[in-house]
Design a binder for this molecule. Structure first.
Ligand SMILES: *Cc1c(COP(=O)(O)O)cnc(C)c1O
Length: 359
């Protein structure tokens, strides 16, 4: 009996995004275990309850946990739980909720406006929060209601505990809710080496969108409410938005694999270390300039434009969307040292064959 599907070479390890990677073995095993027999639907199952408890253990607090299909839904629905339509959300100008969610935060909150703040290295400058709040306090302006930070940031940097406390102070002073986009939360925890509570509820974070996909799941993000009031009727929001999985255990069980024995932190730490290795290699190549401090699992670097084209020609996939020559190289839980060497070898041979005109 022949295989009805044509054989396809798997794509080699790429550096475009950590969502190019597959499902990690631990999540895969948990998924298989959840696939034995019947279970209750819509999150009434053993796996969902058990993983939610594990999350409470990890964060060392009683929190409300919901599973949705992706980060856009997690961010948008949790922000909608904080804001009325006449409110505004303050975030960094490069935030995913502003640039990469197709207006979903505005859509799901029925029109809450996203207001953009500046800040170096992808991090909000905390004084900008205050100036934005105080700039207009009249009824004609969309009232600032929430601050959203991304941890780790869109530029691969990480907010320190101290920096988060400064933002907390701003939110306290101006009665703002505190939202954290943690699509790469694991990488931030691994980079900082602190207990998860130190960069979430102990800094006043009301809601964390804890991303699992980039850490080794196939699908599914957790929305974690440290502020219980905001979780009120959140399940209805999820259902209405088409985010209530009927066979919920297949969203939640893989988390079990990730969260046991600190697997999530090992994967994140590995990805971070691979990025550190790539950064070290880049630092030895004079044609390449590092753009942001490398703290998590990505390296942002400026490459001569012809070199970018040559690398694409060699079949490498990475983003080069950051202005002219700015490239992003993202490492995953399964990136190996050999993958890094393979990219660097191609880079070096291309430079040797075709040295850039300018130094
Ligand atoms: C990947 C990512 C998300 C989630 O994106 P989805 O494609 O909706 O899962 C959210 N925030 C940031 C910063 C991300 O990188």
């Amino acid at each position: 009996m022949g295989n009805q599907y044509p054989h396809r070479e798997p794509l080699r390890t790429q550096f475009a995004s950590d969502n190019y990677s597959g499902i990690c073995p631990e999540a895969w095993t948990a998924l298989e275990n959840a696939n034995r027999g019947h279970s209750r639907g819509y999150g009434e199952d053993y796996w969902t309850a058990s993983v939610s408890n594990r999350i409470r253990e990890i964060f060392e607090i009683q929190c409300e946990v919901f599973f949705v299909f992706n980060g856009t839904a997690a961010n948008s629905l949790s922000l909608a739980s904080m804001c009325q339509s006449y409110h505004s959300i303050l975030c960094h100008e490069f935030a995913h909720i502003e640039r990469d969610e197709c207006g979903a935060p505005e859509f799901f909150s029925n029109g809450t406006k996203v207001l953009l703040l500046p800040g170096d290295n992808g991090k909000i400058n905390p004084t900008a929060i205050e100036s934005e709040v105080l700039r207009r306090t009249d009824i004609h302006y969309p009232k600032p209601k929430a601050v959203s930070v991304t941890q780790a940031t869109e530029f691969g940097t990480v907010y320190s505990v101290e920096e988060l406390h400064v933002i907390q102070e701003m939110t306290r002073r101006h009665h703002l809710k505190f939202h954290m986009d943690g699509a790469r939360f694991a990488n931030a925890v691994a980079a900082l080496g602190v207990p998860p509570k130190e960069i979430t509820w102990k800094c006043g974070v009301d809601v964390l969108c804890f991303g699992g996909t980039k850490n080794g799941l196939g699908v599914g993000d957790a929305v974690i409410f440290f502020n219980h009031d905001l979780a009120h009727e959140f399940e209805y929001r999820c259902k209405q938005a088409g985010q209530l999985a009927s066979k919920m255990r297949f969203l939640s069980a893989p988390w079990h694999g990730l969260l046991q024995d600190d697997v999530w932190l090992r994967h994140a730490d590995h990805a971070n270390r691979m990025a550190a290795l790539l950064e070290t290699e880049f630092l030895h190549i004079p044609e390449i300039k590092i753009l942001f401090p490398r703290q998590a699992n990505s390296v942002f670097a400026e490459l001569p434009t012809p070199l970018i084209q040559d690398l694409y020609g060699k079949g490498w996939i990475f983003y080069s969307f950051i202005g002219k020559g700015g490239c992003r190289f993202m490492c995953s839980w399964d990136t190996t040292e050999a993958d890094i060497q393979s990219l660097v070898t191609d880079l070096k041979s291309l430079i040797q064959k075709n040295p850039p005109a300018h130094s």
